[in-house]
Design a protein around this ligand. Structure first.
Ligand code: PMP
Length: 310
C-alpha cells in the first residue's frame, strides 16, 4: 500500500446508501460520510484550501497567526492544515459548542477564545476581528464571507458525488447550511451537471432561511442569524426547517437501525431527506452530507431519549 501524507487524506469520503430506515416511495438516500476526513468533519476540506489560497494571494507568510470564528469543526480543519505550514492558530468559539471539539482543537495546538453564547456567531466574528487588530501579522480567513468556502465544495464535493454515482441520476441534493459553503458549492456543481437536480437546504428551527425568527437551538453546526454573503434565495429550490427533536430522533435512528454514528446536523439532514422523498417520484435517489460524528457530542447526551421528541 502506498504511504500517504495527512493532507492526502482529506476528501474522497465514502458515499453510502443508508439502510435500515424506511424511505417514502421506495426511494433511497445516499450520504457522504464526512467523518472519514482526518480531522473528523466536512470542514477539513475547507481548512487546507483557506490557507493555500491565503499563501497564493500573498496574504500570509510562515509567521502569520490565523484567527477564525468557528463552531469547532472549521477550527479543527484549520489547525490540522496549519501544521503543513507551521502556523499558529486562535479560534473564537461561542461557549455553547461541544467540549469535544474544543478539546480536540487544543490537543492539536490551537488556542481558544470563548465568546458569550447569547452573542451567537456574530459575537465570535467580532471577537476575531478585535483580536486581528491587536495581533500583528494575523489573518482571519472568515469562512462566512470567503468565496474559497463555496468554491472548495464546488471543486471537491460536487465532482466526488458525480464520480461516486457512476452515471446514476440523482433527483435531489439535500444538505445543511451553517456558513452555507458546503451546500452552495456542491449544489452549484451538481446543477451544472444536470439542471433537473433539485437542491434543498436544511436548517434548524431558530435559523433565518425559512423566514422564522432567529433563536437558539441544540442542533450544532447548521443554522444562521443572517444570510451569508455568498448565498441567495435563488440558489435553492426548498428550505427544510427541522426541529431539534426531529434531528435528535434521527441521530438515534441512524445509530440503532443503520449503524451510523452521526452528529445532529446529519440527523437534521436525514430528516429533511425523508420529507423530500415524500414529494419525489417513487424510486428516486437523494444525496445528502453527514458532516461529522456523534462521538463529538457525547458530552451533550446526544442519545438521551428526552431530546428526541418529534
Ligand atoms: N454540520 C456540522 C457539524 C458543521 O460543523 C458544519 C459547519 N459549521 C456544517 C454542518 C455546515 O457546513 P457549512 O458551514 O459548509 O454550511
Amino acid at each position: 500500500m502506498a504511504i500517504r501524507k495527512m493532507t492526502d487524506l482529506v476528501g474522497s469520503t465514502p458515499l453510502v446508501e443508508v439502510e435500515g430506515i424506511p424511505v417514502p416511495h421506495g426511494s433511497r438516500i445516499l450520504a457522504k460520510l464526512e467523518m472519514w476526513n482526518p480531522g473528523g468533519s466536512v470542514k477539513d476540506r475547507l481548512g487546507i484550501r483557506l490557507l493555500e489560497d491565503a499563501f497564493e494571494r500573498g496574504l500570509i507568510d510562515e509567521a502569520t497567526t490565523i484567527i477564525e470564528p468557528t463552531a469547532g469543526n472549521t477550527g479543527i480543519g484549520l489547525v490540522l492544515a496549519a501544521k503543513k505550514f507551521g502556523l499558529q492558530t486562535i479560534f473564537t468559539i461561542p461557549e455553547k459548542f461541544s467540549i469535544e471539539k474544543q478539546v480536540l482543537i487544543e490537543a492539536l495546538g490551537g488556542k481558544i477564545v470563548h465568546t458569550p453564547t447569547g452573542d451567537g456567531m456574530k459575537g465570535a466574528i467580532e471577537e476575531a476581528r478585535a483580536l486581528q487588530r491587536r495581533i500583528p501579522n494575523s489573518y482571519v480567513p472568515l469562512q462566512f464571507e470567503n468565496p474559497i468556502n463555496p468554491s472548495t465544495y464546488y471543486e471537491t464535493m460536487g465532482p466526488e458525488i458525480i464520480q461516486d454515482l457512476e452515471g446514476g441520476r440523482i433527483a435531489s441534493f439535500v444538505a445543511g447550511a451553517g456558513s452555507g459553503g458546503t451546500f452552495i458549492g456542491t449544489s452549484a456543481y451538481l446543477k451544472e451537471q444536470d439542471d433537473r437536480i433539485r437542491t434543498a437546504v436544511v436548517e434548524p428551527e431558530g435559523s433565518v432561511l425559512g423566514g422564522g425568527p432567529a433563536h437558539d437551538h441544540e442542533t450544532e453546526g447548521i443554522g444562521m442569524d443572517a444570510m451569508p454573503a455568498f448565498m441567495n434565495a435563488g440558489q435553492f429550490d426548498s428550505v427544510y426547517t427541522i426541529s431539534d427533536g426531529k434531528a435528535f430522533h434521527y441521530v438515534d435512528e441512524l445509530a440503532k437501525k443503520s449503524g451510523l454514528l452521526v452528529g445532529s446536523s446529519s440527523g437534521a439532514a436525514f430528516a429533511a431527506c425523508i420529507e423530500e422523498a415524500a414529494i419525489l417520484p417513487p424510486g428516486s435517489t437523494i444525496v445528502t452530507i453527514f458532516p461529522d460524528s456523534s462521538e463529538r457530542y457525547l458530552s451533550k447526551n446526544i442519545y438521551q431519549k428526552e431530546n428526541q421528541k418529534i
